[in-house]
Design a protein. Structure first.
Lengths: 352, 364
């Protein structure tokens, strides 16, 4: 195509042609990622600590008979897989937004204070009000996460001014430290809170009732829409605040929308699955390694690869140990860490 | 020419402090003043630590008499065996963490680049928790070996993690972003190994590990203080020489090269030096949170400098740790909380205030 069209136009294969090829490749990559996600979802439903033959899994999906296999698939594996799917999408997208808004390659979404906002709210809700149910805790966690995120943004923007990457990340780190200090203090003084917090701290997809996914779904959906709307603005912002302003970007608004999206996505994920730290760090680097710095591409790539990684890690945590299972947060970090290091070593870094 | 009033002029020309023909360091009146103020806070904190810490109240005269060697046996034991080692350990560890943070942040030009991010803290945690798990309630080790096993394990773990991070991020030099990412990845792997190990040990060992992880000065005594003091006593003054290329490196690699700095060698020396500081500090008191991140940022805002000042960061770190330890020990009196809890509760609001105030000044 290129060889035939370009000489007619009288110039060598130009920018437009190369952009078209790039777009085709990136679209194909996106299709592959969606396929991989479908495979990971199927794997997560089909494979588990208890081996159930494939035809029984299929029967449980199509025509449940109320038997043991059917119950395991419908009551345990499907809710767990759905939760992993939405949390993975959310954390991948939030990680990309976080690194781009703070222009810091080691930023992860929990640095906005959101994760410890949720942790602090849960611990305080047990300490002060004796809240014990999972579904009630979700509301406290969500409220804490959103309050912390909005608080950090208000602090960093200092009364309506545009926050810079440095003030944003320092306010976030300070808020995270403050809330983690309060959380530790409460936990060390009140052992009942410690008992809950000890297990909450390790992010996991298991043992969550299906209602939890439904509770956080509206927040995650809103967050994803805001994130997609935020991507073009981030491209302008990557050129620097002055250039972005000169290009007609409302920088404050871009930051505000981005921070709200991060708070919604991370807050809802943390409320439902606990803190899963590694995903928001790794998925954006994986995405930028494939797509380069264009956020309109990197964002869907980060979200989809986040979901694929989380589901695969969850499956690995179920089948690797001889007995019981390893929580997905631990599997992700221990298997993902060497992978991220290899990625960083191979590649010229596309830093945000 | 419009006359500029002295108050609006950005920074007066640095004066130089010369040590014969060997070396010279720039200094500014404001920096000196700020450092003296922080030093005053530190000294008051130290004195307060000697006066009242546990349920054995003493008067100022009694403490001073004890310090010069004219005290009763009881107060002498309390001051010399309990309070002094704890206060000194806090001071030394805080200073080392502050200084290491200043080097890391100046070198990488990233405010998040605290030593936790280099993998050192969590590497040390792996070493310490390994010692707790293998030698803890299994009772394999006792006496001096058990006392020293924990710090030594932490030291080896921290140094090992630092070596791994340096080796893995080396590719014809140590680029900042690659170093930080490899460090974060290593930290996360180590942290999750520790969390995992804590789920399969018994509860007693898990509780000991959790206390160590929070960073505490409870166990400070002379046996532990002596090696720490020796190591940090040599390392901290050496910073003034090691860190001389830091100002140039903080301007970016190309500029530093243009200014005649051997970039790769200087970076390697500085990073290794910061890693040593943190390893010694962490092996003495566990990973005390937030000091290495907050102290340099607080110091650079107080001194109104572009890069974290070394001496100022060390002083702020020491003051923060000493004061936080008193809050941690005294606030919920029968229960002594680890100092790491209060370095964050104390340091974070102050850092927030400084960030907001500075931001207003810049944009206003």
């Amino acid at each position: 195509m290129i060889e035939t069209t370009s000489p007619e136009r009288g110039h060598p294969p130009g920018l437009a042609d190369r952009a078209a090829i790039r777009r085709r490749r990136l679209n194909a990559g996106l299709a592959i990622l969606v396929l991989a996600l479908a495979l990971a979802t199927a794997l997560s439903i089909a494979v588990g600590a208890r081996s159930i033959p494939a035809e029984e899994v299929l029967r449980a999906l199509v025509a449940p008979d109320g038997g043991e296999s059917s119950t395991i698939v419908r009551e345990l594996r499907i809710p767990r897989t759905l939760l992993g799917l939405v949390v993975g999408l959310a954390l991948g997208a939030a990680g990309l937004l976080m690194q781009s808004h703070t222009r810091n390659p080691i930023a992860e979404p929990s640095l906005l204070g959101v994760t410890y906002g949720a942790a602090c709210a849960i611990v305080l809700s047990i300490f002060l009000f004796g809240v014990s149910g999972f579904t009630e805790q979700v509301w406290f966690a969500l409220a804490g996460a959103l309050l912390a995120g909005v608080g950090v943004f208000a602090l960093a923007s200092g009364g309506g001014r545009t926050p810079s990457p440095v003030t944003l990340i320092l306010s976030g780190a300070a808020m995270t430290a403050l809330l983690s200090g309060v959380t530790s203090a409460v936990v060390l003084l009140d052992h009942q809170s410690l008992e809950v917090f000890r297990f909450w701290r390790i992010g996991s997809l298991s043992g969550r009732p299906a209602e939890v996914t439904l509770q956080v779904l509206p927040f995650l959906a809103t967050g994803l829409v805001l994130a997609l709307a935020n991507a073009p603005g981030l491209n302008a912002l990557a050129l620097g605040e002055e250039v972005a302003t000169a290009l007609g970007q409302r920088v404050w608004l871009t930051h505000a929308v981005g921070v709200l999206a991060i708070a919604l996505l991370t807050g809802a994920s943390v409320a439902a699955a606990g803190p899963i730290g590694f995903l928001g760090l790794m998925a954006p680097h994986l995405a930028r390694w494939i797509t380069g710095p264009d956020h309109r591409w990197a964002l869907p790539y980060a979200a989809l690869s986040g979901a694929v990684l989380l589901l695969l890690a969850d499956v690995a945590g179920r089948i690797l140990p001889a007995s019981g299972e390893i929580e997905v947060g631990i599997v992700l970090a221990v298997l993902g860490g060497p992978f991220l290091i290899a990625l960083v070593r191979r590649q010229r870094l596309h830093t945000p | 020419m419009t006359p500029t009033s002295p108050s609006t002029g950005t920074a007066s020309r640095p004066r130089m402090l010369r040590l014969g023909p060997v070396a010279a360091w720039p200094w500014q009146p404001r920096t000196l003043l700020v450092n003296l103020c922080v030093l005053a806070v530190l000294l008051v904190g130290l004195l307060r630590a000697l006066l009242a810490f546990d349920d054995y109240p003493m008067g100022l005269g009694e403490v001073l008499a004890t310090l010069v060697g004219r005290g009763e046996p009881g107060p002498e034991f309390v001051v010399f065996q309990l309070r002094l080692p704890r206060a000194l350990t806090g001071m030394l560890v805080g200073a080392a963490l502050g200084m290491a943070g200043a080097i890391m942040q100046g070198l990488t030009r990233n405010p998040l680049a605290s030593p936790d991010v280099l993998g050192i803290t969590w590497g040390a945690a792996v070493g310490a928790v390994a010692v707790i798990v293998t030698a803890g309630s299994a009772g394999g080790v006792s006496g001096l070996a058990a006392d020293l096993g924990l710090p030594v394990g932490a030291l080896l773990g921290g140094l090992g993690a630092a070596a791994v991070v340096f080796a893995l991020s080396w590719r014809t030099g140590l680029a900042s972003d690659r170093l930080l990412l490899v460090g974060v990845a290593t930290s996360l792997v180590c942290a999750n190994l520790v969390y995992w190990a804590m789920t399969w040990t018994d509860l007693q060992d898990a509780a000991r590990a959790q206390t160590w992880l929070s960073g505490s000065l409870h166990a400070a005594d002379w046996t532990r203080l002596a090696p720490t003091a020796l190591a940090l006593g040599l390392l901290v003054p050496a910073a003034l020489f090691v860190a001389r290329p830091l100002a140039a490196l903080g301007l970016g690699e190309d500029t530093a090269r243009g200014l005649g700095v051997r970039v790769t060698g200087a970076r390697l020396a500085l990073l290794g030096y910061a890693a040593l500081l943190v390893c010694v500090a962490t092996s003495a008191a566990g990973p005390i949170a937030f000091v290495a991140l907050a102290a340099p940022q607080i110091a650079l805002r107080l001194a109104r400098r572009a890069q974290p000042p070394l001496v100022g960061s060390a002083l702020v770190g020491a003051a923060l740790t000493v004061v936080a330890d008193q809050l941690a020990a005294g606030l919920f009196a029968p229960t002594q909380l680890p100092v790491g809890v209060f370095t964050a509760i104390l340091g974070a609001p102050y850092l927030m205030y400084l960030v907001v105030r500075r931001h207003r000044q810049q944009s206003g």
